[in-house]
Design a protein around this ligand. Structure first.
Ligand code: C2E
Ligand code: MG
Ligand code: MG
Ligand code: MG
Length: 292
């Protein structure tokens, strides 16, 4: 009996593995067509200034509306796209789609703060990145200030010399740069001065521990102080509670982004802050009442 069971278990696992492998390959095949068939979407999440509650910018985040599997989050397919190289054309689609959307909002006479897009390793490594970015902006009649590029510390640290040079060139072209998920890579503080970014985004994993966690609080305070001394702005990502927001405010963090203030949402006729405006105003009123 045990033997039979063992065999069944083995067959079960083999079948499961085979299924997972098949899923992997079919997703990879599907991905090649996804952009062409209009299955990719961008959702937009606003960011707010802690000083006055105004919207400072937004971030475009990728979704894949798969015809059979439904809505897929980036964690399901970005890694795959990175491995296969599909991320490069997908990244171009993201750039195009974000610029089209910014132009669309502006066409209605709406002031739109900078929109950030995320770059992964291969995109950042592509020789054509700077031309792609500047070319797409020009194609849509947008200035460089319309966009911000989010690049993780680990992508920059992969080849720090090249990373530093690329950031200098992008910055000279007027494109804003944010270092994403800060604190999770091999952040050598010595390197930070060679990465001329405007903004540091403190990773969600540190914000999650606020306000109770002593280490997370210490790290958050340290990052804010260090970024300010290097003339960078600090954004806290993944802010979910008023207590987290209050701690960040107290320690002089510049901006916040997270479910407390606004979830990523499909673009409407108005930019993302309008949809959440009254809610955000109430959150900031409360913050000031508690603090001042
Ligand atoms: P990220 O750039 O660090 O983006 C922040 C992620 O945190 C997003 O997840 C966002 O929905 C989520 N988030 C925001 N506020 C909160 C919060 O308060 N609580 C929690 N629990 N989560 C929050 P998402 O959209 O699933 O994206 C995951 C990652 O996928 C992104 O992390 C980014 O690295 C990557 N990604 C997304 N879009 C693109 C893209 O267009 N191109 C590339 N290369 N990567 C992308
Ligand atoms: Mg990001
Ligand atoms: Mg991040
Ligand atoms: Mg992240």
């Amino acid at each position: 009996l045990a033997k039979a069971q063992g065999k069944n278990t083995f067959e079960y696992y083999t079948a499961q593995l085979a299924q997972r492998a098949a899923e992997h390959f079919s997703l990879e095949g599907d991905l090649v067509r996804a952009a062409g068939q209009g299955e990719l979407r961008l959702v937009y999440q606003p960011k707010f200034r802690l000083a006055d509650g105004s919207m400072s910018g937004m971030e475009a985040l990728l979704r894949w509306q798969h015809p059979q599997r439904g809505l897929l989050m980036p964690d399901m397919f970005i890694g795959l796209a990175e491995e296969s190289g599909q991320i490069v054309p997908i990244g171009r689609w993201v750039l195009q789609a974000a610029c089209r959307q910014i132009r669309e909002w502006r066409r209605h006479g709406i002031e739109v703060p900078p929109c950030a897009i995320n770059l992964s390793m291969r995109q950042f490594a592509a020789a054509t990145l700077i031309d792609d970015v500047l070319g797409t902006l020009a194609e849509h009649g947008l200035g460089a200030e319309a966009l911000e590029l989010e690049i993780t510390e680990s992508v920059l640290m992969h080849d720090p010399d090249r990373g530093g040079r690329m950031l200098h060139r992008l910055r000279e072209a007027g494109v804003r740069i944010a270092i994403d998920d800060f604190g999770t890579g091999y952040s050598s503080l010595a390197y930070l001065k060679r990465f001329p970014a405007h903004t540091l985004k403190i990773d969600r994993s540190f914000i999650r521990g606020l306000p109770q966690g002593r280490e997370d609080t210490a790290i958050t305070r340290g990052v804010i102080a260090m970024a300010h001394s290097l003339d960078m702005r600090v954004v806290a990502e993944g802010v979910e509670s008023p207590e987290q927001l209050a701690l960040l405010y107290h320690h002089g963090c510049d901006e916040a982004q997270g479910f407390l203030l606004g979830r990523p949402a499909p673009p409407g006729p108005l930019p993302p802050n309008v949809a959440v405006g009254a809610h955000v105003a109430a959150v900031f009123d409360e913050l000031r009442r508690e603090h001042d």
